[in-house]
Ligand binder design. Structure first.
Ligand SMILES: Cc1cc2nc3c(=O)[nH]c(=O)nc-3n(C[C@H](O)[C@H](O)[C@H](O)COP(=O)(O)O)c2cc1C
Ligand code: SF4
Length: 429
């Protein structure tokens, strides 16, 4: 049986865009095959890159584009590439498709619906970095995505876009797909590399950075799916890319939005959009209720009076992966927080004691609060944990595990009071 016939049915996820760049094809709920991809302009950026640009020209284009990594940290992609190029061959390119943060499902849309956009981005990036091999590390819970990528790689090889001497250019590049086993920590780039090498997914100490010592000890660029999918757009548009979006944060961005909005889904917009405008794009609030809070995935909370926050990577911007979970006036912040503290407790890899034990203690206190069994002392201890888990951890999971709790303590003290006094209507009737 052909691999295409074995691909499970895709979930119905709404997607919309008025830019039609990253979601140009992926707006529709089906997988675009190579023929449709080619007839809608696909692989023309690769041809242009190989025919008209030297590898260093592409690196310069990406630097000028100001493209920031879409995996969460917003690190400038061109700078990361330049750093890797300072280190000798062989180099690797790794695509991070682990996408495990609560509420995040933007990369999935590209992988499942427009896989050749990602492959084209990886091949051009491989050419720019003069890498011979690329890997896609995809979360185990995306079985359809895995099969779709395997099928797309086969299609690309048959047409000469992948493999030896691509389109007669002399450049050879191959891509392999590797499935994770369901650990959030394996999205952290150094844990991902350990896992890819067949080891337990524990983060490495940095420095050295992956661009210096990465996969199998070689210089490695790790980039997110959405970041790499921007590369064909940059090569196509060149300087015109700087007309898309606000200065310094050029290019399209995907925003997965869920919770109490009328049309949850993935939206493509420029980064000058505000949180309120994104909620409006998603059809506004369900049942015309008021916004109580917006969770930035598992990593922070915004209040109703902060809905003018721009969705960019500036110090006051929303940043991260752009993941937005909307709570309405009837939702309970403590209830929502218990999901998050439970997530971090479950996902801490256990390498550092403050993260392993601290995320457990956070979770225990949140459960006590929800059940009306917590004391003032517990809340004081939560504040202590919020400072001390990040200060004594070695990776981004530990740095950010208490962020949502710390935001809630600062921005919603009345919710803690309502659980100490058992007056929360939702939890205590
Ligand atoms: C706990 C943790 C989980 C992460 N998960 C992902 C992920 O699923 N996908 C991703 O692209 N980046 C993830 N990151 C960020 C990566 O470490 C890395 O910064 C990113 O892949 C770099 O790509 P970019 O520069 O294109 O954003 C995670 C980081 C941490 C600390
Ligand atoms: S901070 Fe937490 S997740 Fe990161 S290495 Fe330490 S224990 Fe593991």
């Amino acid at each position: 049986m052909n691999i295409r016939d074995r691909i499970p049915r895709l979930p119905e996820i709404y997607a919309d865009s008025n830019l039609n760049l990253l979601l140009r094809r992926a707006k529709e709920n089906r997988t675009v095959d190579i023929e449709e991809y080619e007839t809608t302009g696909g692989y023309s950026a690769l041809k242009k890159a190989l025919n008209r640009f030297r590898p260093e020209d592409i690196v310069a284009l990406v630097e000028e584009s100001t493209l920031r990594g879409r995996g969460g940290a917003g690190f400038p992609t061109g700078r990361k590439w330049r750093f890797a190029l300072m280190n000798p061959q062989p180099r690797y390119l790794v695509c991070n498709a682990d996408e495990s943060e609560p509420g995040t499902f933007k990369d999935r849309i590209i992988i499942e619906r427009d896989p050749h956009l990602l492959l084209e981005g990886m091949i051009i990036s491989g050419y720019a970095l003069q890498a011979k091999e690329g890997y896609i590390y995809i979360r185990g819970e995306y079985p359809a995505g895995y099969m779709i990528l395997e099928n797309a790689i086969q299609e690309a090889k048959e047409r000469g876009y992948l493999g030896k001497n691509i389109l007669g250019s002399g450049f050879s590049f191959d891509i392999k797909v590797y499935r994770g086993a369901g650990a959030y920590i394996c999205g952290e780039e150094t844990a991902l590399l350990e896992s890819l090498e067949g080891k337990r997914g524990h983060p490495r100490l940095r420095p050295p950075y992956p661009a210096q010592v990465g996969l199998y000890g070689r210089p490695t660029v790790v980039n997110n799916v959405e970041t790499l999918s921007n590369i064909p757009i940059i090569v196509t548009y060149e300087a015109y890319f700087m007309n898309i979006g606000p200065a310094g944060f050029y290019g399209p961005k995907l925003f997965p939005i869920s919770g109490k909005v009328n049309r949850p889904g993935v939206y493509e917009a420029t980064m000058d959009i505000t949180l309120q405008e994104l909620i409006d794009m998603a059809g506004g609030m369900k049942d015309n209720k008021d916004v109580k809070a917006v969770f930035a995935g598992a990593l922070g909370i915004y209040r109703k009076d902060e809905l003018d926050t721009p969705m960019d990577y500036s110090p006051k911007g929303f940043g991260g992966t752009g993941t937005t979970i909307v709570l309405d006036e009837d939702d309970c912040i403590i209830d929502a927080l218990t999901v998050i503290t439970n997530f971090f407790h479950h996902e801490s890899c256990g390498k550092c004691t403050p993260c392993r034990v601290g995320t457990y203690e956070q979770d225990v206190i949140l459960k006590k609060l929800k059940e009306g069994k917590a004391t003032e002392k517990d809340v004081e201890y939560l504040k202590h944990l919020s400072k001390n888990i990040p200060a004594n951890s070695i990776c981004g999971l530990g740095y950010s595990a208490p962020n949502a709790v710390a935001d809630a303590l600062e921005k919603f003290p009345e919710e803690f009071e309502a659980h100490l006094n058992k007056t929360c209507k939702r939890c205590f009737g």
